[in-house]
Design a binder for this molecule. Structure first.
Ligand SMILES: [Zn+2]
Length: 454
């Protein structure tokens, strides 16, 4: 037995010296359904349709490229407007595992302020769409912009069957400690060992953005080429910082940011940067330049490929990750503590709670009547779905938190109000017709019928 361990130790040391460093470039975009502007304003003014067009055209022309899509809210609008040929080609990209859905929920919910059943329901909206259109269910959770991370949310994800999780926005002091202790990747057992649910979790070393220190103008291809030395240094420094917290030789680099990839400039830049790094690798310049001992492999990848690589490496070399049990990651701190959003905009938070209750009440009433009376008006189900989506949208990490602009928070309330009115009118019509009785209005409580604006 001892010989075996000595052999493994020598092999492991030797492997560390010669094993390649794999850099997984993961193209993505972060599309908030409301924040500084309403979802509709973002869709048109930030050209969200162009982003999906660019991704589709780039990937169909370049077989080495990949992309991850997280929320379904905008994607569904774009996809349903496409012709059959585009839809067929898009499905092929998914089949080739070059388009990967992460989270795949309707929106990326906040993890502190929503109720658990509203989180579950908005994940279900997204997953039902993906299952129906593409027959896929994501395996990686993607919470790169929520303001701290809750054990309850992770527990729900684990029960949904998510195996992996990518988190952004970790308390700065805790993140630094994780890097020092090589724990930015770990197994998370949010509700204790006995829950029998754990999820492989990766914490981003910094913001989820790509080249965030450069302006959009500087990211134009010509300027990018001019600044390539500076950019290469920054990428390598980011990767070295990322590596501090990891126990293996695979690094994840998120290539995107808020509403990025409207045109293919960024992909052109990244192709140029990859070539540059490959040349440096051949010339072995990087070893001296960046103090890295291994050969670098840099390529477009997806979270599924990344997590498969690290599981394989950990398995092969008998390494294991630490486990965090019975813990959540609150409060979040960047330059200040993010705790105000737990209670800010109480009217908005209350309105969302009340709307959710109304949705579940009407849903159950509809289901009961559907069993008893097959003649129930089918249009009720469309109105219920609209209300369900309005409640789902309101769980977005810049909606229920109140971190959006004031007029955007009014937008969420107006959307809920309209959806509730439609459902209510439909039910009144149905009940009047069925029971031949007079019904003026269905009363909820004073809170929801109050006519405040936000
Ligand atoms: Zn966001």
């Amino acid at each position: 037995m001892e010989y075996k361990y000595i052999f493994l130790l020598i092999f492991s040391l030797f492997h560390n010296l010669i094993c390649d460093l794999n850099i997984h470039i993961i193209p993505h975009t972060h599309l908030d359904p409301g924040w500084l502007r309403t979802p509709e304003e973002y869709y048109f003014e930030e050209s969200v349709g162009f982003i999906f067009n660019t991704v589709f055209n780039t990937l169909t022309k370049n077989t080495n490229k990949t992309f991850v899509i997280n929320e379904i809210y905008y994607f569904k609008i774009w996809y349903l407007a496409q012709d059959e040929i585009t839809k067929r080609k898009f499905k092929q990209l998914i089949k080739e595992k070059r388009i990967e859905f992460v989270s795949g929920s309707y929106i990326i919910n906040d993890e502190a302020t929503p109720l658990y059943y509203d989180i579950i329901d908005q994940i279900r909206i997204g997953h039902n769409f993906l299952l129906k259109e593409f027959g896929v269910i994501p395996k990686t959770g993607w919470y790169i912009d929520s303001f701290g991370h809750s054990a309850g949310n992770a527990h729900i994800l684990a029960h949904f069957g998510f195996e992996n999780l990518v988190l952004g926005r970790m308390h700065t002091d805790f993140l630094e400690r994780m890097k020092i202790e090589k724990k930015t990747e770990f197994y998370w057992e949010p509700f204790g060992k006995n829950s029998n649910k754990k999820i492989l979790t990766h914490v981003l070393p910094l913001h989820y953005g790509y080249m965030m220190y450069l302006t959009d103008l500087e990211l134009m291809h010509l300027d990018f080429k001019r600044n390539i030395d500076y950019i290469e240094d920054n990428l390598i420094n980011y990767l070295k910082d990322s590596r501090r917290g990891l126990k293996h030789k695979n690094l994840m680099y998120l290539f995107g940011d808020d509403f990025k990839h409207k045109d293919n400039n960024l992909f052109l830049n990244m192709d140029f940067l990859i070539e540059r790094l490959k040349n440096d690798t051949i010339n072995l310049d990087y070893q001296q330049k960046f103090d890295i001992n291994e050969k670098i492999n840099i390529f477009y990848s997806t979270p599924e490929k990344y997590f498969a690589s690290i599981k394989k490496e950990l398995n092969e070399y008998n390494k294991d990750l630490d486990t965090y049990t019975n813990i959540d990651f609150y409060p979040y701190r960047s330059d200040c503590f993010w705790t105000g959003f737990f209670t800010s905009r109480p009217y908005l938070k209350g309105y969302i709670r009340a709307s959710s209750n109304i949705f579940y009440t009407f849903s159950q009433y509809y289901s009961f009547n559907r069993l008893m009376d097959e003649q129930i008006n089918e249009s009720i189900i469309d109105d219920l779905n609209d209300l369900r989506e309005a409640v789902g949208l309101a769980q977005h990490h810049d909606a229920i938190t109140g971190t959006c602009m004031q007029y955007v928070s009014k937008y969420y309330i107006d959307k809920l109000k309209m959806a509730i009115n439609n459902v209510e009118n439909n039910f009144i019509y149905y009940l009047k017709d069925k029971y031949k009785i007079k019904i003026g209005k269905i009363c909820y409580n004073n809170y929801i019928s109050d006519d405040k604006d936000f």
